[in-house]
Design a binder for this molecule. Structure first.
Ligand code: ACM
Length: 664
């Protein structure tokens, strides 16, 4: 008998374009497909069992039902159908999810059924998300391609920091965010609960914190417990952050004695309404400050089970300390020579309190000073160097610099940032172990419940892949292909990044046609970094209902057009011409809508620019041009490139390429 060549049993890898994000550590395609039908309701749990696994199985069935539109109900009859997915879990995970736990799993799908093996429930949860992502539609119906996945994360700490303080984000938004995090195997929810602009959690010890610091917008402790349980069900740790000694104005309306303001202006304090860095800071020189923090941290440490407790520590400008004679006298008496040293003194005192309450301290990179205990974790927001320096000093850290979702960069930008990239290259193996992973940050100056998902998703999924997948998974085009699939999946889970975008466009159109609004929206991007705050005075009551609020940091249209222009084969020209024609003619279509929408009126200039540069692009397609034409057209492009209404015309660079190519 002829031995079968194994190669014939496997689908060629190149043809197996799976939709998994994050990409698993190992994936071996098989042959054929497992069909998904109503019997998928029969997911079977074997081995170690707990309510969390029952709930996860029920959720998987529900999610497969939503994704396929197939109501899941087992066929009734004499013979129960075989379980389509059998899960084997070996043992329990830690009672409180720890920072370093096994999250590995093995998933085998064959045409006759699937099996998921994991040492503990965390791996089961991760493997179920993989299974859900594999569900797709082909000519034969819904199914899952035969495959073997052996998977585990690259980094143990894969997080999202959500600022619920600058703009209030109610519990429903937190839960929806946790759903999305679970879908892409993130495992740390960092809850930024206090800021200048709001104190967002109930304290029973110090009720004036929420009563006077939140406008009534805060989580009750029952809601916090609910969120923690919801996160645990999804394999996600919850770390609270109470930012101190700066970013703390909202503590002071209720407890002005905590602040450092000197007479004659020690207070009263109000909740801050603007964005920026402000002077009020806790008083590090009074024992009463530490007595307060001891009681407060004790209360919160009992509420949040995670082993880590985040104390912020960023961006103290020191002005209140400089102007308070009593604080200056304290510094002289204690040989404290600078505000940095004063903050280090404060942070060491707070660290001792955190440790007394059974927690390890985490803070932004400003917390690191030479005599800080080595068991703290540093969250580097200022750059990869801080992380590498910490690792060399024996301190573990996570990277957030490069993962700020609020700064308006496309997914590819964040995807290129690696916690062990630039800055970490010359670390020893032991030092590299101290780089635990990373967290994306969603600061909420420009985020409301309506906007939250559009600002987090789908870009967060690309960052999640950076944290989970092997370091060599870096193909940007393939990342975007899979990001599209994940984005659709997330909407089935209840995330709203697509649906809210559609509603915002309709609002902008004010009852007029949405199509020309969409055409413009898809070729513009918000200005980057902090340019938006510099462009316009904003506060917490400014409506976020403009085109810039709808515009995505990452436009698929712009990406596709750029790819066509870069390739520019003869067969690409009709599509290029079609896009340019659509854009050239869009201003005429949009003008009546602009005229009837106060929200869109500011976008008339950028709309005209789009038409003008698209028209020039069409001229460039048709023939070559002389020096006078290129000079005039470059001036047009330069004008179009300038931000307008806080928007960038992001097709401009590709149209410029076409135009430059036409100059001979
Ligand atoms: C920060 O962005 N100030 C942590």
């Amino acid at each position: 008998m002829m031995p079968k060549a194994p190669i014939l049993l496997m689908a060629p890898l190149a043809l197996f374009a799976h939709n998994l994000m994050p990409v698993p550590a190992k994936l071996q395609p098989g042959v054929g497909r497992m069909r998904i039908d109503r019997n998928f309701a029969f997911v079977q749990l074997n081995g170690y069992r707990e309510p969390r696994l029952e709930a996860a199985a029920a959720r998987l069935v529900e999610h497969v039902a939503r994704k396929t539109g197939i109501p899941m109900a087992p066929a009734t009859g004499v013979h129960a159908p075989a379980a389509p997915l059998v899960v084997y879990c070996d043992h329990a995970s830690a009672p409180v999810q720890a920072a370093q736990e096994d999250e590995s799993y093995r998933l085998t799908v064959t045409p006759v059924g699937a099996r998921l093996d994991a040492p503990n429930p965390l791996g089961v949860l991760r493997g179920m998300e993989t299974f859900l992502q594999l569900v797709d539609l082909d000519a034969g119906g819904f199914g899952v391609p035969a495959v073997t996945v052996e998977d585990h994360p690259r980094f143990p700490w894969r997080g999202l920091m959500l600022d619920v303080a600058r703009h209030w984000l109610p519990l429903a938004d937190v839960k929806r965010t946790l759903d999305g995090m679970a879908a892409v195997k993130l495992n740390v929810f960092h809850w930024h609960l206090s800021e200048n602009q709001g104190f967002r959690i109930e304290s029973k010890r110090f009720p004036k914190l929420q009563e006077m610091g939140s406008d009534g917008e805060y989580y009750t402790q029952d809601q916090v417990r609910e969120a923690i349980a919801y996160a645990r069900d999804r394999g996600i740790r919850v770390i609270p952050e109470f930012d101190m000694p700066g970013h703390a104005t909202a503590w002071f309306p209720g407890y002005p004695e905590l602040a450092s303001g000197a007479p004659p202006v020690p207070g009263p304090y109000g909740i801050e309404r603007q964005w920026g860095i402000f002077d009020p800071a806790m008083d590090p020189t009074r024992e009463e400050t530490y007595q307060f923090l001891d009681a407060f941290i004790g209360e919160m440490a009992a509420l949040f089970p995670d082993e880590y407790f985040h104390i912020g520590g960023d961006e103290v400008n020191g002005k209140q300390w400089d102007s308070n004679p009593r604080i200056q006298e304290f510094m002289r008496a204690h040989g404290i020579k600078s505000n940095e040293e004063l903050q280090a003194y404060f942070t060491r005192r707070v660290e001792a309190i955190v440790e007394k309450h059974g927690k390890k301290m985490i803070g932004w990179d400003e917390i690191l000073s030479k005599d800080m205990p080595r068991n703290v974790v540093v969250q580097s927001w200022r750059g990869p160097k801080a992380l590498a320096d910490a690792a060399r000093q024996g301190v573990s850290g996570i990277l957030s610099n490069g993962y700020y979702l609020d700064l308006g960069y496309p997914a590819a930008y964040h995807y290129a940032v690696d916690p062990l990239g630039e800055g970490a290259a010359d670390l020893s193996a032991a030092e590299k172990q101290r780089v635990l992973g990373g967290e994306a940050c969603m600061w909420s100056e420009f985020v409301t419940p309506e906007l939250l998902d559009t600002r987090v998703w789908p870009r967060m999924a690309a960052i999640a892949e950076r944290f989970w997948s092997p370091q060599n998974v870096t193909d940007v085009a393939d990342m975007y292909r899979r990001l599209g699939a994940v984005s659709r999946d997330l909407e089935w889970l209840g995330l709203t990044h697509v649906s809210e975008y559609e509603k915002m466009l309709a609002r902008l159109a004010g009852g007029g046609p949405v199509a020309p609004v969409r055409t413009l929206a898809e070729v513009v991007e918000p200005v980057k970094d902090y340019a938006r705050e510099e462009a316009h005075p904003y506060d917490r009551f400014t409506p976020l209902n403009r085109l810039i609020d709808a515009a995505r940091p990452d436009s698929e249209t712009v990406r596709r057009f750029a790819a066509l222009v870069d390739r520019r084969e003869v067969e690409d020209l009709p599509a290029i011409r079609e896009w340019l024609t659509l854009w050239r003619d869009n201003h005429a279509r949009l003008a009546p809508v602009l005229a009837n929408s106060a929200l869109l009126a500011e976008d008339a200039e950028i709309s005209k620019d789009l038409s003008a540069i698209a028209a020039a692009g069409l001229e460039a397609l048709d023939k070559t041009h002389d020096a006078a034409w290129i000079a005039e057209t470059r001036a047009l492009l330069d004008r179009a490139k300038k931000p307008k209404a806080e928007l960038l015309l992001s097709v401009e660079p590709s149209i410029r390429k076409l135009i430059e190519a036409a100059y001979r």
